[in-house]
Design a protein around this ligand. Structure first.
Ligand code: PGA
Length: 284
């Protein structure tokens, strides 16, 4: 099964810290071993670092191309355009993700960034509807849905975040809330050749140091799976979990049926800890 590990840096890190993170990542990523497919790593830095991340990955891709050339007794210059795309872009060890985008393509929206602009820096994934945006920026399900449409239109993959506040869990109304939030946040139309990721992130677990239990996550994952499968049986979708994931709980959580990865906030700021989470989770 395909697995996604999404590092959400939120409003953290500088140019130098990105470089240090990548150095540590490259030093250790070859130690990742798995019998399954290699996982997809999606790094979502603040938007000021997206272009730098892209440049670093392009440089790294050309180094890889030189390595392939040397191994095969070829010259760097005789690679076809398709091969260059393959070695420099498609085989990147890290995919670029953004933390949000606007729902319009362009216009007078001071401070905002559109999906099309993200595509320009080779972004492939966009987190949408994170609870910190829903709560702090009053983002509604309808806005999240429009944003997701724009992300798909620009050939990127939306990571749609949903999750309940503690009060709803205590009142035992969380499943109804999650179902409605999910259905309303989905784009109005998704073609079967497109793909989405739904991230279940209980608000009370985010940044609290207290992740949801395996039973709590399993119940919601099953519910999300049922809703989407009923809505659009041939849609390609994956479900991830986020909320205080670290190397102590990643292995247990990632073994949950129909869960295809993790969205990691605080623990992803440390490349070593993030890779540990990946290694502990990929063989489940
Ligand atoms: P956390 O954040 O891992 O720090 O709880 C997760 C998230 O907000 O996506």
């Amino acid at each position: 099964m395909e697995k996604y590990f999404i590092a959400n840096w939120k409003m953290n890190n500088s140019f130098q810290e990105l470089e240090d993170w990548l150095d540590e990542f490259y030093e250790n990523c070859n130690n990742i071993t798995t019998n399954n497919n290699l996982p997809t790593i999606v790094l979502c830095p603040p938007s000021t670092l997206l272009d730098q991340l892209d440049s670093e990955l392009v440089d790294d891709g050309y180094e890889f191309l030189s390595y392939v050339a040397k191994e095969n007794n070829r010259s760097n210059n005789d690679f076809t355009a398709e091969e260059i795309i393959q070695y420099v872009y498609k085989s990147r060890p890290i995919k670029i993700g953004a933390q949000d985008c606007h729902y319009q393509e362009k216009g007078s929206y001071t401070s905002n960034i559109s999906a099309k602009m993200l595509k320009d820096v080779n972004c492939e994934f966009v987190i949408l509807g994170h609870s910190e945006r829903r709560v702090l920026q009053s983002e509604t399900n309808q806005i999240v849905s429009l944003k997701a449409e724009n992300v798909l239109k620009n050939n990127m993959i939306p990571i749609i975040c949903i999750g309940e506040e503690l009060k709803l869990r205590q009142e035992n109304t969380y499943l109804d809330f999650i179902g409605k939030q999910l259905i309303e946040s989905l784009p109005s139309q998704i073609n079967n050749d497109q793909m989405i990721i739904v991230a279940y992130e209980p608000v009370w677990a985010i940044g609290s140091g207290q992740s949801a239990t395996v039973e709590q996550i399993s119940e919601v994952v099953k519910y999300i799976h049922k809703i989407i499968s009923n809505l659009q049986p041939s849609l390609k979708f994956y479900i991830t979990y986020g909320g205080s994931v670290d190397s102590n709980n990643a292995e247990q959580i990632s073994a949950i049926e129909n869960l295809s990865g993790l969205l990691v906030g605080r623990a992803s700021l440390d490349a070593g800890e993030f890779l540990k989470i990946v290694q502990l989770s990929i063989n489940n």
